[in-house]
Design a protein around this ligand. Structure first.
Ligand SMILES: [Zn+2]
Length: 218
């Protein structure tokens, strides 16, 4: 895939994030891995107005930044994720409303649904508050990213990672929808949490059996 294809993919992902209601206005940022660097969305620009040349290329070690725009102020957080796990192909940071409700409570999302267990094999942790765009936030996310593809940032929002941008956005949508249902359930009762054993078994099932496999095999 050429650099232009990757950039087009990133633009389409940014619009999808907006269309799905996972973020609004100028908030949130996305990146995807490309060779020895990453493509990342620019700081403070409306997604619908972005064109390919607004995207910024940054070396994985942060030493080189190329583009006519300034990169997202959360660049450090994105780079920390790629450093934490070489298998990460994309990082999404969004501000979805139900996740933010949990973030305001300083709570993670327990493993309360079969879908969440299948995707993650457990719940989503809430990382202690650090100011947005700070080095401390980048370090905290980097420390958790190797073990957790989804992380709630206290009083702030959500970070998800995945092998592809589609996977990272799909995971953000799943976490937001589950958070929304969880809060509704909590309003009227006490949601049941799946055991760690069940969650791990559902994760294995999805990894081994769900979907069409790499070559369309069952
Ligand atoms: Zn944010």
């Amino acid at each position: 895939m050429t650099g232009e294809d990757r950039r087009q993919e990133l633009l389409e992902g940014a619009l999808r994030l907006l269309t799905l209601g996972l973020t609004a206005g100028l908030s949130g940022n996305l990146s995807l891995a490309s060779g020895d660097g990453i493509w990342i969305t620019p700081s403070g620009m409306p997604y619908p107005e972005l064109v390919i040349d607004d995207l910024v290329w940054v070396a994985r070690d942060g030493s080189q930044v190329t583009g006519r725009r300034r990169p997202s102020v959360e660049l450090g957080m994105h780079l920390a994720c790629y450093r934490a796990d070489g298998g990460i192909g994309a990082v999404v940071h969004a501000h979805p409303t139900a996740v933010i409700a949990l973030a305001m409570l300083g709570e993670g999302l327990p493993c309360v649904s079969d879908s969440l267990a299948g995707a993650l094999g457990g719940g989503v942790p809430c990382l202690a508050y650090e100011p947005s765009a700070s080095q401390a936030l980048a370090e905290a996310v980097g420390e958790a990213a190797g073990a957790h593809p989804a992380m709630i940032l206290a009083s702030h929002g959500l970070v998800t990672t995945g092998p592809s941008l589609t996977a990272a956005i799909d995971l953000a949508l799943l976490v937001e929808r589950t958070a929304d249902s969880y809060l509704r359930a909590r309003a009227v009762g006490r949601p049941n949490e799946l055991s760690a054993e069940t969650a791990a078994s559902r994760r294995r099932f999805v990894a081994e059996r769900y979907g069409q496999g790499p070559q369309g095999r069952p």
